[in-house]
Design a protein around this ligand. Structure first.
Ligand code: CO
Length: 134
């Protein structure tokens, strides 16, 4: 059911530092920072030939990555995002299999203006999983 790896998201305490690390030593193509107030994060997109890395820093008071960074002060992998063809069909299949979909189960519009859902990390090897309709 899942398709391509759309991105790996890495939460970081210092976005400028992280972007400089990817642009410098790692020699990657990085975007300017993009503020996404609706998601409580500022993102730098790192374009790789086969996928993307998203560097996430908290934006505002109630950022969804605030607690993660408290527990991982130097940053860390926050989630992986897999593409699916039909997000509602994917959700229904996962729920039927006993997986927990976060929130009210309704897809939200994600950072790429496409519908996304998140799956409970305890159901997927300790990894927060985002599904994005391709
Ligand atoms: Co994501």
């Amino acid at each position: 059911m899942i398709g391509r790896l759309n991105h790996v998201a890495i939460a970081v305490p210092d976005l400028a530092k992280a972007a400089a690390l990817y642009a410098g030593p790692l020699g990657a193509e990085v975007s300017a920072p993009v503020a996404l107030p609706a998601h409580g994060v500022t993102v730098v997109f790192v374009a790789l030939p086969n996928t993307k890395i998203e560097l996430l820093a908290p934006l505002g008071e109630a950022s969804p990555i605030g607690r993660f960074l408290e527990q991982n002060p130097s940053g860390g992998i926050h989630h992986v995002c897999y593409e699916v063809d039909d997000i509602l069909a994917a959700r229904d299949r996962l729920k039927a299999e006993g997986a927990r979909v976060l929130g009210d189960g309704a897809p939200r519009i994600g950072a790429h203006d496409r519908p996304v859902l998140f799956l409970h990390p305890k159901d997927f090897c300790g990894t927060l999983v985002e599904l994005e309709q391709a």
